[in-house]
Write a protein that binds this ligand. Sequence first.
Ligand code: SF4
Length: 382
Amino acid sequence: MTSLGLYIHIPFCRSRCIYCDFYSTTLPETWQMRYVEALRREMEMVQSRAMRLSADGLSTLYIGGGTPSLLSPHALRLLFEFVERNFTLQPQAEVTIEANPDDVTAEWVSRLRDTPVNRISMGVQSLDDDILRTLRRRHTAGQARQAVGLLHRAGYTNLSMDLIYGLPGQTRAQFGADVREVLSMGVPHLSAYALQFEEGTPLAEMKRQGTVDEADEELSLSCYLQLLDLTQEAGLEHYEISNFARPGFHSRHNSSYWTGAPYLGLGAGAHSYDGERTRSFNCADVRAYVEAINQGRLPSEAEVLSEKERYDERVMLSLRTSQGLSLTAIGRDFGPAMRRHCECMAQPHLHAGRLQKKPDETLCLTRQGLFVSDDIISDLMA
Ligand code: SF4
């Protein structure tokens, strides 16, 4: 079956976390129905494009945000009704919804049963209440634990949690305790990211004012090493630099981004890719998005990737995954000269043990290479 992912962005948050630079807004709940209605129209506008990309329907559907678990019961029900009216979900489709732990109540879980959702991804970030308060997350560690219990009891086993390391006030031991606890809860998928001080966020401003410090590189590295050890001991596969999963629980939707498969993104700030060379971006503003859709036009801009951009993207995305970068595919898709360039630039890293070449002609990061992946990727780019 052909692979096609559909991403729907729900850009509403009750409050803004201090480190976040995703597009989301704290507009009141009255905006939800206007937005979901605009999504319906956008679905109708892109339906034929979806058919051209995959006659087999959607292999994955991902409702991300923002905070999709904030949607009112009515808005959530309509959203899935519109999806099912406009697209076909393949029989084994992976259907993910992102949730904030404090939204995962018994009532919310029971509503979920009326939807095709079979995977829940929770932004937990930490299981330390002091750190959660500092980040201005609105949930507590207890609510995250409770959410997992509720979902398990309702039969949802395909769960994912996000954690962050390098947080203000966090120690290596505390991050290790978070990872151990997530693993002991029986959550089969874990994503863990180093805290970024993104320009324009309150966190970056706090750093400028000297009220928080960035974790030193040694601490971040030591947290990451610990993460690799703990997840490996627990039998999780390290299938992308920041992603770990028990066998059979890889995120199929996110994997499609890394393998260059086509996807459609709906909603304010969402991106689409045709799987070849065209990307498009919806405007990241709920009001402007709804207004444009109501006027019958897609509020998106497209860009056609150059050969160099496509090659660089292939290097960057493939090397982040455990499948690695296929030299055969580079030669086939970009020509023998690019394959030679790639092999030549890889040589110093192969000699130093930061890259390994597998018998099937793929280049993969070694454990040593994981720590300097950005440098290696940049060296191999065109
Ligand atoms: S809930 Fe998620 S999307 Fe919303 S502000 Fe926090 S990190 Fe950003």
